[in-house]
Design a protein around this ligand. Structure first.
Ligand code: APR
Length: 223
């Protein structure tokens, strides 16, 4: 079976990475547009670089959880594509080999001049860190208001899937939130979230629980 998996911040919550919209979420301490928009970077690059430096440092201290591992194990039985809004590398570290990052990757940076000049980057990124052509480097993250280059590829994956698993996303940020509309009418949808934002139906099975509990259950069903 072809399985499309749409994940959001909730799949990494039990690894210790804050979600965005839960109380005391990542945006609680910050004005989103100040730390995750091109205007914010233009206005105050140090604030933005520091925000991502904190998140990059934390990412290097956390581990994948049972949900990431169950999704990686699913690859042994089916053709699985992970389409994640997350910028962490926990799906990859758990063993998933087919991961589409809609909103970029925290462990990569790119030239502010040539967006195709992308580098792996695990340490702090500061003003004065330039690409080989002497342009400031920025986080390889899709900020609010920027294009989501992989959205068409992701939509095509969902349109061809026999089953869709949605884990840990509030389905509030487009275009990612609109991907489920591309699912085939006969593709079953499995939704895992302690506070589900969609309801159960003939074609939707909801697991109103944490990812580390719900995702292994879905994987068990799909074995
Ligand atoms: N297991 C599963 N789901 C969880 C867990 C958990 N342990 N804890 C929280 N959740 C759920 C919440 O109930 C919520 O529905 O995860 C979801 C997190 O929603 P958001 O914080 O909005 O994260 P996400 O949907 O990934 O945000 C999408 O918005 O801020 C931008 O670019 C950013 O990629 C992000 C995008």
């Amino acid at each position: 079976m072809k399985i499309a998996v749409l994940t959001g911040a909730g799949v990494s919550a039990e690894s210790g990475i804050k979600t965005f919209r839960d109380s005391d979420g990542l945006w609680e301490g910050h004005d989103v547009m100040e730390v995750a928009s091109p205007e914010g970077f233009e206005r105050n690059p140090e604030v933005v670089l520091d925000f991502y430096n904190q998140r990059r440092r934390q990412l290097l201290t956390v581990q994948p959880n049972a949900a990431h591992r169950a999704l990686a194990a699913l690859e042994k039985m089916h053709e699985v594509t992970i389409i994640t809004q997350n910028v962490d590398d926990l799906h990859e570290r758990a063993g998933s080999t087919n991961v589409i990052h809609l909103h970029g990757e925290l462990l990569k940076v790119r030239s502010t001049f040539d967006e195709d000049l992308i580098l792996d980057w695990k340490e702090d990124l500061n003003l004065g860190d330039f690409c080989e052509n002497n342009h400031q480097l920025r986080p390889h993250i899709v900020w609010f208001g920027e294009m989501v280059p992989m959205i068409e590829v992701a939509a095509d994956v969902v349109a061809r899937a026999d089953a869709v698993i949605i884990v840990g996303t509030s389905m509030q940020v487009y275009p990612a939130a609109g991907l489920v509309q591309y699912a085939k009418p006969d593709a079953h949808i499995y939704f895992v979230d302690p506070k589900p934002s969609i309801s159960e139906s003939k074609r939707i099975t909801v697991f109103a629980e944490k990812a580390s509990i719900g995702v292994p259950k879905v994987v068990e069903l799909l074995k």
